[in-house]
Write a protein that binds this ligand. Structure first.
Ligand SMILES: NC(=O)C1=CN([C@@H]2O[C@H](COP(=O)(O)OP(=O)(O)OC[C@H]3O[C@@H](n4cnc5c(N)ncnc54)[C@H](O)[C@@H]3O)[C@@H](O)[C@H]2O)[C@@H](O)CC1
Ligand SMILES: Nc1ncnc2c1ncn2[C@@H]1O[C@H](COP(=O)(O)OP(=O)(O)O)[C@@H](O)[C@H]1O
Length: 485
């Protein structure tokens, strides 16, 4: 498990660390950054370094790291971009032979433009965990001034990104980010992770705070969470999943749901739907059984058009929502909920579905861009209103439990972009539903399903396009591979 901690808790942990007062932590941080920078320069055979220096301690780290690189004989230009700069760091960089330039406002001088264009490595120390989201107006041009061949190494976080990872903003996009002692939310959250690049954690001796704000499952977490059957299990004890999905119009969604659940090893699937998808399932997924019966969880809504749905589907879906069984609601099924349930509930919208749901629930005054700007915050508003866990799909999928649970957000970024293809959300719903039926909590079922779904997409066709049905067919082999690690 990768864990990231809220910024206030990070500050508290730093303040409680021995040596905090004497700037010792900054020296350790700078030494870690300099070591990574030197390694990357050696790998590329480069030696021209530009250090971007903001007004806070992040700029101090970058200056001391720049001083070490200059002492090692690299050519270093320190560009001061804030209203002030860390004094002793600046002194160290100057004494080591770094050239110091200023770009505090307006357009940069020619020497700054040339240094950025020619740099082999840009050390980004404009903002750290004390930064406000966004780049100052004069720095908006910065990303375009950095040469295409430069390796951008961010100190603690890519400048401009929201340290809490909640808001999307203008930012530097790094190839790699060196952070200290443990991850911060910015490195794992949907709007900010893409700017982080490779994440390298350097231990500077700060102890991990007690409670994480964000978690990420890794492959190594799967064996402890995956429901592996024992000799006393039968199909009922392993979990029966009821699926209400599809219709005469969307006949494919039930095929993806059911195939995914069956391939992932559910005890049994009972499908409820009209004639055509039922006939298709009878011939294509013979393991499936049909009609009502006892289940341990429901997955409702993939390819379900509530306005034109078959009466029996709607009746059973409504009864499921009133029951004390776990329910997953996907796609059209999200139209069926408007108040909290007493049983575990997992909602699996993509961004458009989340916006529609949030507007229907009137959780805030939301413009069209609201979910793109602050995805996890909107998911949280819905989670709190419905006392449900919201799994917001995307390149970085966030599984957001209600605040009252006290549980951290989980985010997963395991799938290739090839996974953004029609039907892949239906596969995820069947897979997560199978895990709910096996007794996992919405947070575990959602995050584990997102992990396996993403890894299976890559396993199905490494490095190339993948169709949703191939992801569904791959799930069992991927689970076996991860269990045998
Ligand atoms: N506190 C500690 O013990 C340690 C801190 N370290 C470093 O210190 C950093 C935190 O330092 P600070 O609290 O000074 O925070 P920052 O370095 O993020 O600087 C905050 C200052 O930057 C300016 N600023 C804020 N938002 C800005 C924006 N969007 N654009 C331009 N300038 C902006 C403001 O003047 C603000 O006061 C960490 O990220 C890490 O790099 C490390 O030295 C390790 C130890
Ligand atoms: N750029 C991306 N990289 C990786 N995975 C992605 C990306 N975009 C979307 N996904 C994943 O693809 C799936 C798409 O689901 P969804 O939009 O519901 O599709 P559908 O409704 O067609 O089944 C989700 O699991 C989502 O997390």
């Amino acid at each position: 498990m990768i864990r990231a901690y809220a910024i206030d808790d990070v500050r508290e942990a730093e303040a409680a660390t021995d040596g905090f007062g004497e700037g010792e932590l900054m020296q350790r941080a700078a030494a870690g950054v300099a070591a990574v920078a030197a390694a990357r320069l050696d790998e590329q055979g480069g030696e021209r370094v530009v250090v971007l220096v903001g007004s806070g301690d992040n700029g101090g780290d970058a200056l001391y790291a720049g001083a070490e690189l200059a002492n090692d004989g690299r050519s270093v230009v320190a560009v001061l971009v804030g209203s002030s700069a860390h004094e002793s760091g600046l002194e160290a960089a100057r004494s080591a032979g770094a050239v110091v330039a200023e770009w505090r406002d307006g357009v940069p001088a020619g020497e700054v433009v040339a240094a950025l264009a020619d740099a082999d490595l840009v050390l980004d120390g404009v903002t750290g965990i004390g930064g406000r989201p966004g780049l100052r107006p004069h720095l908006l041009a910065l990303p375009d001034l950095i040469g295409d061949d430069a390796y951008v190494l961010a100190v603690d976080l890519p400048s401009g990104t929201d340290p809490a990872g909640l808001q999307r903003s203008d930012a530097v996009y790094a190839d790699e980010t060196v952070t200290f002692s443990f991850a911060k939310p910015v490195h794992l959250m949907p709007p900010t992770e893409p700017a982080t690049g490779l994440l390298t954690v350097v231990d500077i001796g700060v102890a991990e705070p007690a409670v994480p704000a964000v978690e990420r499952l890794t492959h190594a977490d799967l064996p402890a969470l995956w429901p592996v059957p024992g000799p006393d299990d039968d199909k009922y004890s392993r979990g029966v999943l009821g699926i209400v999905s599809g219709g005469e119009r969307y006949t494919g969604a039930p095929l993806m749901n059911v195939t995914a659940a069956v391939t992932a090893g559910v005890g049994m699937v009972r499908y409820v739907g009209p004639r055509q998808p039922t006939d298709l399932l009878r011939s294509l997924v013979p393991e499936c059984v049909f009609g009502e019966g006892r289940v341990q969880a429901w997955a409702i809504g993939s390819g379900l058009d509530v306005e034109h749905a078959d009466d029996e589907q709607l009746r059973i879906a409504r009864e499921a929502l009133e029951s004390d069984l776990p329910v997953l609601l996907d796609a059209g099924g999200l139209d069926l909920i408007d108040e909290s349930r007493s049983a575990p509930t997992l909602l699996t919208p993509h961004a458009g579905e989340l916006l529609r749901l949030a507007r229907r629930l009137e959780v805030g005054d939301l413009d069209d861009d609201a979910v793109r700007r602050a995805p996890v915050s909107i998911a949280r508003l819905v989670a709190d209103r419905l006392d449900a866990t919201v799994l917001l799909k995307g390149a970085v999928t966030a599984v957001v439990p209600p605040s009252a649970s006290g549980l951290p957000v989980r985010t997963q970024a395991d799938g290739p972009s090839w996974l953004s293809t029609a039907g892949s959300g239906d596969v995820l719903a069947g897979l997560a539903g199978a895990l709910l039926a096996a007794g996992l909590s919405p947070l575990d079922a959602g995050s584990l399903a997102a992990l396996v779904h993403g890894v299976a997409a890559d396993d199905a066709n490494p490095g190339g396009p993948v169709r949703a049905m191939d992801v569904a067919h791959q799930l069992g082999r991927t689970v076996a591979r991860l269990l045998s690690r």
